[in-house]
Design a protein around this ligand. Structure first.
Ligand code: XIL
Length: 351
């Protein structure tokens, strides 16, 4: 117990006041932070850690359709409002996640939506939600995860309620409505499996580039790409030789890039905690050092701040039943090697 505590503490620099991630990020033109829930905000030690470390936060679930629009004629903004109040009190920016997705939709939507009214339902939702937070949001994930390379479609678009009822125009419609509702927010397309060296990730990168180009060609208002960065710990070190040209092409399109949901799924690693933390820290270091070479990258957010709160324990549990260790702080709020990797890679980014 003592040894684990001490090794965690030793990650803090020797200066009297520990250097905060948000200060290092600010010195290098970056924002840093994580996804949070309101239950987490109620824990005082957690919320003071979040206030110290983060310059940008995002609701893990509270702005998704099912939460914010639980009945057709009722919106529920309390979760988002609470995080906005916290962010405002601590000088943090707030991301909006998300306005249009194939998941986390309320049951009423499937019952109520038809080909005739789906475009209006989507427009009304975006006008209401982005309108409610107008002027307060750094960036909105307007459309989340619209590409599925296994869909069999040439454009790679994912089968979803929106594609089915509106057709491929739903993306333009969503971005245009978001621009009307909150002209100051950076409008973002957000997706996963864009980072690593596998053939599936390469197919996804090409499909996402095709989508971004088509949005640009149609002069759809879009300002940024979110790369979720749910990484997998793997045996071989990554080359990132698909990621670099991909981010160059995204830069050619004039888009900013946000790392929106960074974490590391460690199911492939042996149980030993110190070794897992070391390997995960190395992957954070390697990935961030590579990503931060690209000027359009402006923000780094992890999907949760401490291992206690990771979604991976329910969505991708380890076969041995041990908790996953994907995030920069452990369950006791001690910094891990991933924290040091974030601090050090951000501090070497040329300003
Ligand atoms: C996840 C949340 O973390 C979970 O609590 C929830 O049960 C499911 O959604 N990609 C996204 C996020 O864009 O919204 C997802 O968040 C994780 C994957």
């Amino acid at each position: 117990m003592l040894a684990a505590g001490l090794s965690g503490q030793s990650l803090w620099p020797r200066a009297t006041a520990p250097l905060r991630l948000r200060d290092v990020a600010a010195q290098h033109g970056l924002l840093v932070g994580s996804a949070v829930s309101n239950a987490q905000l109620q824990r005082p030690q957690f919320s003071s850690l979040l206030a110290r470390q983060a310059s940008i936060v995002v609701c893990e679930n509270d702005m998704k359709w099912a939460h914010v629009h639980p009945e057709q004629d009722r919106y529920e903004f309390s979760g988002g409002d609470a995080l906005l109040a916290f962010a405002t009190a601590h000088g943090q920016k707030l991301r909006g996640h998300n306005l249009c997705w194939h998941e986390h939709n309320p049951d009423w939507l499937a019952r109520a939506a038809t080909r005739q009214n789906a475009a209006d339902l989507l427009r009304q939702h975006i006008a209401a939600v982005a309108g409610h937070f107008r002027g307060q949001i750094h960036s909105w994930d307007v459309v989340n995860e619209a590409i599925d390379t296994r869909s069999g479609r040439e454009d790679g678009l994912r089968e979803s309620i929106w594609l089915d009822l509106i057709g491929p125009d739903y993306l333009d419609l969503a971005f245009r409505e978001a621009a009307r509702a909150d002209p100051n927010a950076l409008l973002t397309y957000n997706d996963y499996d864009l980072e690593q060296d596998t053939p599936e990730h390469e197919r996804k990168r090409q499909a996402v580039l095709g989508l971004l180009r088509s949005l640009r060609d149609r002069q759809t208002p879009i300002h940024a790409l979110g790369i979720q960065s749910h990484l997998k710990a793997e045996a071989a070190p990554s080359q990132w030789d698909g990621l670099h040209p991909f981010l160059d092409r995204v830069e050619d399109l004039g888009l900013q890039v946000f790392v929106t949901e960074l974490d590391v799924d460690d199911r492939a690693l042996a149980p030993d905690i110190a070794e897992r933390d070391r390997r995960i820290g190395e992957l954070y270091r390697d990935y961030l050092a590579n990503v931060l070479r690209h000027r359009p990258v402006k923000a780094i957010l992890t999907w949760g701040l401490t291992d206690r709160d990771t979604w991976l324990n329910h969505s991708k549990p380890r076969a041995d039943g041990l908790p996953q260790r994907p995030l920069p702080f452990d369950t006791d709020l001690h910094p891990k090697p991933a924290f040091a990797a974030m601090r050090e890679t951000m501090s070497t980014r040329r300003g």
